[in-house]
Each structure stands twice: as structure tokens, then as C-alpha cells.
Design a protein around this ligand. Structure first.
Ligand SMILES: Nc1ncnc2c1ncn2[C@@H]1O[C@H](COP(=O)(O)OP(=O)(O)OP(=O)(O)O)[C@@H](O)[C@H]1O
Ligand SMILES: [Mg+2]
Length: 282
């Protein structure tokens, strides 16, 4: 699409949202490589946002390998595939964990899962718009990699948080994902979380390497949201099928997630203020 036209579309989209009082709120958590900690992070980040008085919906969009429900030891009768098969609306498959934290779960290994392509992703976002006004933030836990459906999801999200581990191969995979996001989106609000770090320095240097490459080759920017230590308490919380922030709130990883959540809220609050300022000026 011609760059000016696509900017105009983006502008109109933001204008419509601002008029309806609904700010940017859809956040995809994604990664190049699998197993970097997306699901663990999504759950704990969502929980921490809800503790900060935000009304949060978290959706397991990793349809083939859904495991958000496993982290909470929850059995779901109405997985997301039911929505794609037109059996239920999104509203009907929401699980209310607390007043402020709601879930839409998937289910792994179901036969007869619908094949999700770009069109179904668009349909999902159309339906998501209907329930979005009830939430402050909607988190989409994604499949690893960059298949067509995932890229469509990332390009339709307001923010993408790429979760990478600090080793060079994972940083390289994160770079490739960023490249695809930049090539497929007309907006570039991308964050990085470096997870499973041995110390602050390896997280920081992973970010520096990635951001230098992104700036140089892609002429784009990424913002480091924070680093999360490799912490045995994470493993324990997963074994216990509970939320780290709840069971081990003083662990290093939990403290870092809480810091990172504060930073996210600060940055997005500023972005939303600027958004409304721009539109009151026009
Ligand atoms: N900060 C951490 N410290 C220690 N272990 C961690 C940390 N983060 C994640 N893990 C471990 O990594 C494993 C994978 O995490 P998770 O399932 O969240 O990754 P994922 O990116 O969602 O994987 P997939 O790509 O398969 O969806 C967890 O089972 C956990 O044991
Ligand atoms: Mg996962």
C-alpha cells in the first residue's frame, strides 16, 4: 500500500477509536523462537496489570499448542476453537478469574481445529472490537514464529511485545520476527522483553545488539520493556500451576515483571495522552 494512504488509514483508525473513547489496547506477546516464555510472561503480566486496577482480557491465540489453561490448572469447556467454528461468540467463552482478569482459553491437540488464515484473524479482530470497550488492555498470547496468521495478528495489534532469551540465536530469531513485523505493519510500536537472563548485563547487551541491527537495517526502533531473570521460582510456579506474582511475589523474576509492568503503563499512558491531544487539535 502507498505509504501516505496507509498512514491515512492508520490515522482514521486512531481517530475513530479516540472519538469512541477507546484507546490503543491490544497487545500481542510473540517470539521468533519457541519456548522463550511468552505464555508465562503473558499470564504474569496480565495478572500484574489487573493488580494495577486495569481490566484485562488475556486470549490464548496459540491455537495448536494452547497451554495457558495448563498454567492455571483450568479445564475449559469452551475453547477458542468454538468461536472460530461459530458455535459461540467471544463474549460467551470468557472465563472470569477475578473482576479485573478475564481469560479466553484454547485447547491443545483438538482434532477438527479450524485452519486459521488471514481472514479468520480479521474476523477475530472484528469480534474483539465488540468486547474491547469493556477492557483497558487485551493481551494476545501468540504462537511462536511468523506464519501468515500470526503476522496478520501482529500487524493488527496496537503493541507487540517480543519475548527473546539472551543467547545470540534467540536474538537473531527475534530480529527476523521484527523484520517481518516492520515489513507487514504500517505502525511500529514494538517492545522487547529479554527473558531468562543470567544477569542484567546479558539482557542489556542482547537489547543493544538487536536495537542496533533494527535501527541500521530496518530503520525502525524497539523499546526495551525490561529483562526477567532466569529464576527457579518460575519453574516452581509452573509446576504448581499457579501465578508467580501471586505465589512468589518477592522472587527476582516477579519483582522484574512488576517493574516492567509499571514501565509499560507509563509508556502507553503517554502514548494515549498524545493520541487524544492530536485529535483534539484537529
Ligand atoms: N524467567 C524464567 N526463569 C526460568 N524458567 C523460565 C522463565 N521463563 C520461562 N521459563 C521456562 O520456560 C518454559 C517455557 O515457557 P513458556 O511456555 O511460557 O514459553 P512459550 O514461549 O510460551 O513457549 P511456546 O513457544 O511453546 O508457546 C517454562 O516451562 C518455564 O519452565
Ligand atoms: Mg506459549
Amino acid at each position: 500500500m502507498n505509504e501516505q494512504i496507509s498512514r491515512l488509514f492508520e490515522f482514521r483508525r486512531l481517530e475513530d477509536r479516540t472519538k469512541s473513547g477507546s484507546y490503543s489496547k491490544v497487545v500481542s506477546v510473540c517470539s521468533g523462537k519457541g519456548g522463550t516464555g511468552k505464555t508465562f510472561f503473558s499470564l504474569n503480566f496480565a495478572y500484574q496489570l489487573s493488580r494495577n486496577n486495569k481490566k484485562v482480557l488475556i486470549v490464548d491465540l496459540d491455537l495448536n499448542f494452547s497451554n495457558l489453561h495448563l498454567l492455571l490448572n483450568h479445564t475449559t469447556e469452551k475453547p477458542l476453537s468454538n468461536f472460530f467454528l461459530h458455535k459461540y461468540t467471544l463474549h460467551e467463552i470468557i472465563f472470569k478469574y477475578t473482576d479485573n482478569l478475564h481469560f479466553i482459553f484454547g485447547e491443545s491437540g483438538l482434532s477438527g481445529q479450524p485452519k486459521i488464515g488471514k481472514d479468520l484473524v480479521d474476523y477475530f479482530f472484528m469480534q474483539l472490537d465488540k468486547i474491547a470497550p469493556r477492557y483497558d488492555i487485551i493481551i494476545l498470547d501468540s504462537a511462536a514464529g511468523s506464519d501468515e496468521a500470526t503476522l496478520q495478528q501482529l500487524s493488527r495489534s496496537d503493541y507487540n511485545i517480543v519475548v527473546a532469551s539472551p543467547e545470540p540465536t534467540a536474538v537473531m530469531d527475534a530480529y527476523v520476527l521484527f523484520k517481518m513485523i516492520v515489513e507487514n505493519s504500517d505502525h511500529y510500536k514494538n517492545f522487547l522483553v529479554v527473558n531468562k537472563t543470567e544477569n542484567k548485563d546479558d539482557g542489556e547487551s542482547a537489547y543493544q545488539n538487536l536495537s542496533t541491527a533494527v535501527r541500521h537495517f530496518l530503520k525502525s526502533e524497539i523499546t526495551l520493556l525490561g529483562t526477567i531473570a532466569s529464576d527457579r521460582n518460575v519453574y516452581k510456579s509452573i509446576l504448581e500451576q499457579d501465578i508467580l506474582m501471586k505465589t512468589y511475589p518477592n522472587s527476582l523474576a516477579a519483582l522484574e515483571i512488576s517493574e516492567l509492568t509499571r514501565r509499560f503503563l507509563k509508556i502507553t499512558q503517554m502514548a494515549n495522552n498524545n493520541q487524544s491531544l492530536i485529535f483534539t487539535l484537529f
